[in-house]
Ligand binder design. Structure first.
Ligand SMILES: Cc1cc2nc3c(=O)[nH]c(=O)nc-3n(C[C@H](O)[C@H](O)[C@H](O)COP(=O)(O)OP(=O)(O)OC[C@H]3O[C@@H](n4cnc5c(N)ncnc54)[C@H](O)[C@@H]3O)c2cc1C
Ligand code: FES
Length: 509
């Protein structure tokens, strides 16, 4: 079985580890709560639930911790990458104030868990700097400064950010960073120690309600009967449409290389570009830190120039961080951008014992931790402090958010036209070895064809098994990306990332 850990690139965390060993599910089981998805969100929910004394099982279609969290950069920011001024515009000051409090609570929770449970995840508090990408971005910073001050966010102007900038920057104290693989391994250890069970290579394929219980079906045929189910699969696999029309998938890119210790300030840095650069350090050895730099996002499936994008990040980094040594890691991952800048977390609309978390965008680590702080108390019937602002069925969207939503969904509409559009290649001979392309077969069918290094072909339908958009070849990760809602498939058509749960159907030429 598979998840995005099978894509071609490797992040720094995938190499540094540790792995989280877990067997596949081999028999039918019962528990109080089943969590589908073993990333930071699923593990955070399971951790909080086991603390409440609930018997909990976590299943993952691939390696536990091998999803998008293994491809993150793990800035822990209570500053909002989409800006609090935007959140006030789409909601109101009170919502923005409370959302900020939720991000502070999530960072505090990580700090407390590391401390109490003895998890050595290199957690460190540090300043975060929002720097202008160009001199004419000062008004944007001023707007954000005012918004932050109105809702009680601690922020100051500074002329001394860690790198030279074309104007004043904003400094947010008490942001943080951590090592996400070590944090997840720590959570997994604590879950197991409290009797929770973890199952890797165990894909959810469907569920049924059975009286007051939920019956989860897995690809191997085993079932899990539970009083509650939590879907923390990054992109919800339990819902075909509702939540997927409220978020848009983006690929983002990152690289890492060593710098001599002391040559770069230990701070979070990000700029004011729409697809902003983001920078942090990770301790490497006695003499070096890793410098991790990301950016160059694009809508999933809508670019094939990944090498150019990574080269642009490297050029940007070398200009500003001249001590950067060779680049050791280059990778990509996907984030889901919610229509109104906050995640969808809580009771699945229309269900009383099914819960969901998605829509975490560039704040996906803090929002994943927040999922635990919201969903666990909801299940336990206790007060969940932030549940009302992130509830999945919320509708308080202002007109600006709706227009952004409409432009996000334009990609899905454009994709529908691709069903009638021409082939990328007329014959398989045109596909280079080690590459994939979409080819029309007869008048009605489009095929996703991969040719391996030896010339062997893997032929699948190009129709995404979620709701039928045409998948696009990703030459960097060597996988098929669906631009509509973010499903990803291997060269052989296996699901690597939801919302799809079924493989691309195999075809013959
Ligand atoms: C390059 C990059 C940089 C980022 N930087 C930051 C940052 O600095 N700060 C920040 O806060 N966030 C950042 N993010 C976002 C953040 O990392 C993610 O939003 C977050 O890690 C997602 O966690 P998750 O638990 O929701 O998803 P995942 O980690 O993807 O976990 C979901 C799990 O569900 C499993 N699954 C899926 N379908 C099924 C199924 N059918 N059956 C069983 N299991 C299934 C998957 O295999 C996966 O392991 C970044 C993301 C990327 C890619
Ligand atoms: S992810 Fe929805 S159609 Fe592909």
């Amino acid at each position: 079985m598979s998840n995005v850990s099978q894509e071609r690139s490797h992040s720094i965390w995938m190499d540094l580890g540790p792995d989280i060993p877990a067997p596949p599910l081999r028999e039918n089981i019962e528990c109080d709560v089943v969590v589908i998805g073993g990333g930071v969100a699923g593990l955070s929910c399971a951790y909080e639930l086991t603390r409440f004394g609930y018997s909990t099982a976590v299943i993952d279609r691939g390696r536990i911790g091998g999803g998008m969290t293994s491809r993150t950069t793990a800035h822990l920011a209570s500053a909002l990458d989409d800006y609090y001024s935007e959140l006030i515009r789409t909601h109101d000051e009170d919502t923005a104030r409370r959302y900020h409090e939720s991000q502070v609570a999530a960072i505090n929770r990580i700090a407390a868990i590391c401390e109490e449970e003895g998890i050595d995840a290199d957690f460190a508090r540090l300043d975060g700097f929002l720097i202008p990408a160009s001199p004419d971005h000062q008004s944007e910073l001023a707007r954000e400064f005012d918004a932050c001050r109105r809702i009680g966010v601690d922020v100051e102007w500074t002329d001394l950010p860690p790198i030279a900038t074309p104007g004043r920057s904003l400094c947010f104290p008490r942001q943080a960073r951590m090592h996400p693989a070590r944090y997840m391994a720590g959570l997994a250890r604590c879950i197991s120690a409290r009797g929770g069970r973890l199952f890797a290579d165990t894909a959810y394929v469907g569920h049924e309600k059975s009286g007051e219980l939920v019956l989860i079906k897995t690809e191997g045929g085993q079932t899990i009967r539970a009083a509650h189910a939590v879907f923390a699969t990054n992109s919800p696999v339990n819902d075909k449409v509702a939540l997927h029309t409220k978020q848009v998938p983006f690929r983002t890119y990152a690289l890492a290389g060593k710098v001599p210790k002391g040559s770069v300030a230990d701070a979070l840095v990000w700029d004011t570009l729409e697809y902003y650069h983001y920078v942090r350090l990770q301790p490497a050895d006695e003499a070096h830190d890793w410098l991790i730099v990301g950016g160059e996002d694009h809508r999933s499936g809508e670019a094939a120039d990944m090498d150019k994008r990574l080269a642009a990040i490297e050029a940007w980094a070398r200009e500003r961080y001249p001590s950067l040594m060779q680049i050791d890691y280059r990778w990509s991952g996907q984030v889901l951008e919610p229509i109104d800048f906050m995640p969808f977390t809580g009771r699945n609309p229309g269900d009383h014992n099914i819960y969901v978390h998605t829509g975490d965008s560039g704040q996906g680590i803090t929002n994943g931790v927040l999922a635990g702080l919201v969903i666990a108390p909801l299940i336990c019937g206790q007060e969940a402090r932030f549940a009302d602002i992130v509830r999945p069925d919320r509708k308080p969207l202002g007109v600006p958010a709706l227009s952004e939503f409409a432009s996000g969904q334009a990609g899905a509409l454009k994709n529908l036209a691709e069903h009638l559009g021409p082939s990328e290649v007329e014959s398989v001979e045109e596909i280079p070895a080690g590459s994939g392309a979409i080819m029309r077969h007869g008048s009605a069918k489009k095929l996703a064809i991969y040719k391996d290094e030896n010339g062997a072909l893997s032929v699948c339908s190009a129709l995404c098994t979620h709701i039928g958009c045409i998948v696009h070849w990703n030459p960097f990760e060597k996988c098929w990306d669906c631009p509509c809602h973010g499903s990803q498939f291997s060269t052989e058509g296996q699901v690597l990332n939801g919302p799809a749960v079924n493989a691309l159907s195999r075809e013959t030429l």
